[in-house]
Design a protein around this ligand. Structure first.
Ligand SMILES: [Zn+2]
Length: 217
């Protein structure tokens, strides 16, 4: 299994090229710590790396990745909340100015939700995925029904967009997120990237539609 060796080869390339080019930046980041002003919540999918899509430098983005780029609702309990702790750190400690929920086309997590393939699975056989994706199950059921009636509806594409809206709604259930947004210190964005055509669509909060970002600027 040569994959890890390939990673170490990549590390050696990085140390002789990118690391040297960025040496000053890395020194500053090591000494002063990080102060990114953007948090990105993206999918774990290997094809959609937010640092590539947004062409960012080390230190610019605080990134959280999980299955289907989901944010669960705010819950106060003793659970081990990976997403909530990252959001809490980003908003209350780093004081980021933006949280971007970055979805993507052809998402395997969304596909699994729609197919229901793990719905009754045991832990270790898809049960964790099923429990995680349950947070978008009502939207999934709604979209499934609509797609049954109308052949024009691409259920996967519709659920990918709807999951971003749900994550944004759930972000608002975090009191410190809602408060920072109300003070005008935090902006929440939704976006969807499609690796097939390279197009990034950004959610227009007023119209509720995802609009392609023009390439001229
Ligand atoms: Zn995905």
């Amino acid at each position: 299994m040569p994959e890890f060796k390939a990673l170490l080869d990549g590390y050696r390339r990085f140390r002789t090229t990118g690391y040297i080019e960025q040496r000053q930046r890395y020194d500053a980041l090591a000494n002063k710590g990080q102060s990114p002003k953007i948090m990105v919540i993206a999918c774990s999918d290997s094809r959609v790396d937010p640092t590539r899509v947004f062409d960012t430098e080390p230190g610019q983005m605080f990134v959280l990745r999980n299955v289907a780029n989901l944010v669960p609702p705010y819950v106060e309990d003793e659970g081990m909340h990976g997403v909530s702790s990252a959001v809490e750190y980003a908003v209350t400690q780093l004081q980021v100015h933006h949280i971007v929920v970055l979805g993507h086309a052809r998402c395997g997590g969304i596909g699994a939700s729609l197919s229901g393939q793990f719905d009754d699975a045991d832990h270790g056989k898809g049960g964790f995925i099923s429990a995680w994706m349950r947070m978008i199950a009502p939207a999934r059921d709604r979209i499934r029904k609509a797609a049954e009636i109308s052949a024009d509806i691409d259920a996967a594409a519709a659920l990918e967009l709807e999951a971003i809206r749900i994550s944004i709604e759930n972000l608002h259930s975090f009191p410190f997120v809602a408060e920072a947004e109300a003070r005008g210190e935090l902006h929440i964005q939704g976006a969807l990237f499609d690796i097939a055509d390279g197009i990034l669509r950004v959610l227009d909060r007023e119209s509720g539609r995802f609009e392609a970002v023009p390439l001229d600027w």
